[in-house]
Design a protein around this ligand. Structure first.
Ligand SMILES: NC(=O)c1ccc[n+]([C@@H]2O[C@H](COP(=O)([O-])OP(=O)(O)OC[C@H]3O[C@@H](n4cnc5c(N)ncnc54)[C@H](O)[C@@H]3O)[C@@H](O)[C@H]2O)c1
Ligand SMILES: [Zn+2]
Length: 365
């Protein structure tokens, strides 16, 4: 970690690129620094709501004008056709190989703009300015970009590392509470997989966190971004270390798919998935019940989670086997063996998985 202006910055080092994730109130106002001479050919991709709320801070840095391209937003629009439309709009406004894309919005915008930059004229740089908590702690960094196909989420994509990620916690003040809480579950995840102190902050200070007290929010974002940056640096592609970030996602993805991506936010599905994985670890005798209870209590404190009582364990089990991250037909689980540590386990007996899922679905969070 390097200190810049007393705010934390976390480096990601990959073969493709070395870049900083800067966590700083007012970071949006530093966009110009990272664009450099490409200023005239800068294309911000954003949604109308984000632009209305926060666009001014970006626009004022480009006195000669900034090309702003609007994306309709929403998971249903995270499609290749939209990437094509954006690319055509770029060309109409004079974009060329020397252009740069700025992704300014939630995870949908950062995924789409990253992918657009990855393939526009075989690749131009992208500067990511994420504006949801989920995008700040997860989607905008790490270089994974892409769009959905009718057959599934994120099935078309590319690794394209940004030139920098500017994380401005101030923008979260306008984020709807359910979106904020959904992002918090990814932070809880980071604590459970790799940082006991981060978990304990969430456990100890739920009121400060839910009220979005700046010091608490900044500490949570820094803690989570630090982990994501370390993991991506150690393991850029989906290797073993990067897989620990999938804690809660095995069952979480199955729940999202089973509810057709409309009933739950991603973070909420992950929260259910973390509860299931925690119960599974306990059933396997790999996690002390006191630790399991602390995990459950902390997750539920950031709820309530939408009920999933009506889902059928067998249908979720069926979906686990067809997950994109299933390797050679084996379901891999990321299991917490204590708060701050996980193990990746495969070959777990189906009956135990079914029991963990069934018991979890019956909970009210
Ligand atoms: N590439 C990765 O590694 C990665 C990781 C995790 C998630 N993702 C992707 O991220 C996407 C989800 O992202 P998300 O949860 O940010 O959803 P999102 O992009 O849909 O944003 C949620 C909503 O909040 C609005 N919004 C954004 N910033 C705001 C602000 N500051 N104030 C008020 N409203 C604001 C958005 O316009 C949108 O309506 C999914 O498509 C997922 O696949 C990618
Ligand atoms: Zn996630």
């Amino acid at each position: 970690m390097v200190q810049r202006d007393h705010m934390p910055s976390f480096a990601v080092q990959t073969e493709q690129r070395v870049y900083e994730n800067i966590v700083e109130r007012g970071a949006i106002r530093r966009a110009r620094e990272f664009v450099g001479a490409r200023c005239a050919k800068c294309f911000a991709v954003t949604t109308e709501d984000v632009w209305r709320l926060h666009g001014e801070k970006l626009r004022t840095q480009f006195p000669d004008g900034l090309n702003v391209l609007f994306f309709p937003g929403g998971e249903a629009n995270k499609r290749f056709a939209q990437v094509e439309t954006l690319a055509e709009q770029m060309l109409e406004r004079g974009a060329d190989r020397g252009s740069i894309v700025i992704g300014f919005g939630g995870g949908i915008v950062t995924d789409v703009s990253g992918f657009l930059a990855a393939i526009f004229m075989r690749g131009v740089p992208v500067l990511q300015i994420p504006t949801t908590l989920l995008a700040q702690v997860d989607a905008a960094t790490g270089g994974k970009t892409g769009v959905n196909l009718r057959n599934g989420k994120n099935l078309l994509g590319s690794f394209h590392q940004p030139v920098a990620v500017l994380i401005d916690p101030e923008v979260l003040s306008t984020l709807p509470l359910n979106e904020y809480r959904a992002g918090l579950f990814e932070v809880v995840k980071c604590g459970i997989i790799r940082d006991r102190a981060l978990f304990e902050l969430l456990e100890r200070e739920p009121d400060r966190v839910l009220e979005r007290e700046p010091a608490a929010v900044d500490a949570l974002i820094a803690g989570a971004v630090k982990i994501k940056a370390e993991v991506v640096t150690a393991d850029e592609r989906e290797g073993d270390l990067r897989r620990i970030l999938n804690f809660g996602h095995t069952v979480g993805h199955a729940i999202e798919a089973e509810t057709e991506y409309i009933r739950l936010l991603h973070g909420e599905a992950v929260a259910w998935g973390m509860l299931a994985a925690t119960r599974l670890t306990e059933l396997l005798g790999m996690l002390a019940s006191g630790e399991a209870e602390r995990i459950r209590r902390t997750i539920c404190r950031y709820g309530p989670l939408p009920s999933v009582r009506d889902l059928q364990p067998d249908r979720l089990l069926g979906r686990l086997a067809s997950d994109k991250k299933t390797l050679a037909g084996k379901v891999h689980f990321v299991l917490p063996t204590k708060i701050g540590e996980v193990k990746i386990v495969s070959g777990v007996e189906e009956a135990v998985i079914r029991k963990a899922i069934a018991e979890t679905l019956e909970r009210t969070s």
